[in-house]
Design a binder for this molecule. Structure first.
Ligand SMILES: *Cc1c(COP(=O)(O)O)cnc(C)c1O
Length: 390
C-alpha cells in the first residue's frame, strides 16, 4: 500500500525525545524556547511562540488581534475546518470568500465581501502554495483590517524570495503529521510585534504573569498573578526537541518534495483533461500536497479514479473540504455561493507525496494514474465506453 503521506522522522528525533524525557523537564521549558528562537531565525520573523497545534495558534491570533463577538473575518470556505473554527471561537463570524484555480483566496472576491463589521482577513496558503500576500496587505491597509496568515501547511514555502512567516504580524503554522515537518501535534505563531509576542505568551499559559522557567531559575521567591483568563495551549519540551531536529531538515525535505512534484508535473503535463497545480511567479511551494483537478473533458470521474487507485494499493484523498458544506456550519453561515470552491473540492484528488517515497512507488503512481486516465479517454473516443469508468 502506498500511503498519501508519511512524516519524515528518524533516529535523531527519537533520540532527542529520549534525551529530553531524561532531563526531567518535559513540558514547556528550555527546548520550547530553543525551538522558538530557531523557528523565528529560520522564517526571518522577530519572534515565534510555540503552542499545542495550529488551531490554538489561530485562536490566540484572533484574540491578540482583538477580534470579538459581532466582528466578521473573511476567510476561504475551502480550507480545513479549523480555519473557520478559530474565528467562531471568539464569537466572530467567518465570511467565506471564493478561491481561484490555484486554491488560494481571490483578492477581488474578498474585497467585495468587506463590510463595516469586517475586522480581519484570514489568509490560507493552501496545501503549501503561497497566496498573493501583497494583494491582501494592500486590502488590509485600504480598509484598516488585520491580516492573519493560516500557514498550517506552509512551513518552508516562500513568497517573493522570503520564507512564509516573515510577511505578516501573525502567521500560524502546524506540526501535525500530515504537514511537512511534525512534532506529533504542535503549532507556532510568528510575529514581528513585541506586544503580540508578550500577549501570546500570556494567553497560552493561563494568563500567568510569571512562566515556569523564570520561577525555576529565580534566586528569589516569585509569586505569579493571572492577568487575564488564558488557556493551556502549551507545547511540551518533548515535542520541541523533535521540532528542533525537524527544522534542521526542513529545507532538505522541501527540496525532496519538489523533486517528486517535478516528476508528477513531467508525467502529467501534456494531459489536457487534468489541471496541475501552478506556482505564481512570486510563489515557491513546499508541495505539502500534490493536487490534480479533473477538468470537464475528463472521462473518468473523481470517485471512480480514487477507488481504482485504492484497488491498486494507492491511497489518495479528495480535494480540500468546503467548510460551508459541513453540518456544523449549516446554521452559522447560511446559504453561500462558492461554485469554484465546490468544483475544486468535487473534482480534485491529492496524490501520495512524501520524502521517503521510493523511486519505484513514484513510478507506480504515475504509471497507474496515466493508464486509468488515458485508457478511459481512448475508450470514450472509440465509442466503447466502459460504464465502470465513467
Ligand atoms: C492542518 C490545518 C489546520 C489545523 O492544524 P492543527 O495543527 O491540526 O490544529 C488549520 N488550517 C489549515 C489550512 C490546515 O491545513
Amino acid at each position: 500500500m502506498i500511503p498519501i503521506a508519511k512524516p519524515y522522522l528518524t533516529e535523531e528525533e527519537a533520540q532527542a525525545a529520549y534525551d529530553t524525557i531524561l532531563t526531567g523537564w518535559i513540558t514547556q521549558g528550555p527546548r520550547v524556547k530553543e525551538f522558538e528562537e530557531k523557528f523565528a531565525a529560520y522564517t526571518g520573523s522577530k519572534y515565534a511562540v510555540a503552542v499545542s497545534n495550529c488551531t490554538t495558534a489561530l485562536h490566540l491570533s484572533m484574540i491578540v488581534a482583538g477580534i470579538k463577538s459581532g466582528d466578521e473575518v473573511i476567510c476561504p470556505s475551502m480550507s480545513y475546518i479549523a480555519t473557520a473554527n478559530a474565528i467562531t471561537y471568539v464569537g466572530a463570524t467567518p465570511v467565506f470568500a471564493e478561491v481561484r484555480s490555484d486554491y488560494n483566496l481571490d483578492p477581488a472576491d474578498v474585497e467585495g465581501k468587506i463590510t463595516s463589521r469586517t475586522k480581519a482577513i484570514l489568509l490560507v496558503h493552501q496545501i503549501g502554495m503561497p497566496a498573493d500576500i501583497d494583494a491582501f496587505r494592500l486590502l488590509a491597509e485600504k480598509y484598516n483590517l488585520k491580516l492573519i496568515e493560516d500557514a498550517a501547511c506552509a512551513a518552508g514555502s516562500e513568497y517573493k524570495g522570503q520564507k512564509i512567516g516573515s510577511h505578516s504580524t501573525l502567521v500560524c503554522f502546524s506540526f501535525h503529521p500530515r504537514k511537512v515537518i511534525s512534532t506529533g501535534d504542535g503549532g507556532m505563531i510568528t510575529t514581528d510585534r513585541e506586544d503580540y509576542y508578550n500577549r501570546l505568551q500570556l494567553f497560552r499559559q493561563h494568563g500567568m504573569s510569571v512562566n515556569d522557567r523564570l520561577r525555576h531559575d529565580s534566586k528569589t521567591i516569585m509569586f505569579e498573578d493571572h492577568l487575564e483568563i488564558g488557556y493551556n495551549y502549551r507545547m511540551t519540551d518533548i515535542q520541541a526537541a523533535v521540532g528542533i531536529k525537524q527544522l534542521e531538515k526542513l529545507d532538505w525535505i522541501v527540496k525532496e518534495r519538489r523533486k517528486i512534484a517535478a516528476r508528477y508535473f513531467d508525467a502529467f503535463k501534456d494531459l489536457d483533461f487534468i489541471q496541475l497545480p501552478f506556482e505564481n511567479k512570486d510563489s515557491f511551494s513546499n508541495y505539502q500536497s500534490f493536487s490534480i483537478y479533473l477538468t470537464k473533458s475528463s472521462t473518468v470521474n473523481r470517485n471512480t479514479l480514487m477507488q481504482m487507485l485504492l484497488d491498486k494499493g494507492i491511497a489518495t484523498r479528495r480535494g480540500i473540504m468546503n467548510t460551508h458544506r459541513e453540518t456544523a456550519y449549516k446554521d452559522v453561515t447560511g446559504d453561500v455561493e462558492l461554485p469554484i470552491s465546490e468544483d475544486l473540492q468535487d473534482n480534485s484528488i491529492l496524490l501520495p507525496l512524501y520524502v521517503i517515497m521510493s523511486e519505484e512507488d513514484i513510478s507506480k503512481v504515475i504509471a497507474i494514474v496515466l493508464s486509468i486516465l488515458t485508457k478511459s479517454q481512448l475508450a470514450v473516443a472509440c465509442g466503447s465506453v466502459d460504464s465502470n469508468l465513467v
